[in-house]
Design a protein around this ligand. Sequence first.
Ligand code: G3H
Ligand code: 13P
Ligand code: ZN
Length: 315
Amino acid sequence: MALVTTTEMFKKAYEGKYAIGAFNINNMEIIQGVVSACKKYNSAVILQVSKSALKYAHPLYLKKMVDAAVEETGIDIALHLDHGPDFDTCKLCIETGFTSVMFDGSHLEYEENVAQTKVIADYAHSKGIVVEAELGKLAGVEDDVKVESGHATYTDPNQAVDFVKRTGVDSLAIAIGTSHGAYKFKGDAKLDFDRLELITKKLEDAGFHNYPIVLHGASSVEPSSVATCNEFGGQIKGAKGIPVEMLRKASEMSVCKINMDTDIRLAMTAAIRKSFAEDPSAFDPRGYLGAARNDIEALVERKITQVLGCENSMN
Ligand code: G3H
Ligand code: 13P
Ligand code: ZN
């Protein structure tokens, strides 16, 4: 059993009108919670690691735990670098054995994003590694970068085609209204589906058949997790995510990868806060981390069935 690449996963997802879940991992409990749910539904999955996760847990620990997950569950798992900031981080992950990398040059001026993405894509492809890049700016907080909503820019459809042509990347993360973190919308949630459709059409017309689109910042910020956090001492006010129906709609379109991290953080924090409050005398980490792992598993089951539609994607 070995890790798999996302190429075949995306091909099947596009044709089958579903998306593969990409969940951020930082420790053993998150990995186990995610893959248990995927095993139950016979679903392929992408486990992804940010720059700060690499720093927190060490690339080797994460890689070895993911190898263990592959061996233990037998499901299709891809290991992906999320928001790679530069060539060296991408190279480190490739050398560690990741199956795909994202280079995020979305904050750069367009020509610079094209140039840096192309260098990384050429290098990764020479090693047989799949590449994701980003065009357009999402609002929100990721790693140490914060983009105010006024500075977010939606992806330009013509530029998307030019970008894919010139860089050779295998999938493209676009900005259509999603954002990172727990505070995505002040008013009503809105995604620009017309723009998604136009990007898809223009790519198809340019010869990029069934080209996989990626949606970042796609947590729904489940109200029940937020309520539990707040009930047991948390202070998460005004949090709002992407409605489940919108994500399901995107997954039936050209979106083949949906990124979720915030929902896992909230589920984990809610479970731990609840455990601490309910049994203040307990001090075995396996109690509260075990509760968190169970709730992450239940969360990912909801994502598979309600958001992604990827049940039985292993078949
Ligand atoms: O998009 C960013 C992910 O949520 C990762 O966040 O850099 O705090 O691990 P992180
Ligand atoms: P959320 O903050 O909506 O979970 O998005 C995570 C993400 O895009 C990771 O790349
Ligand atoms: Zn992201």
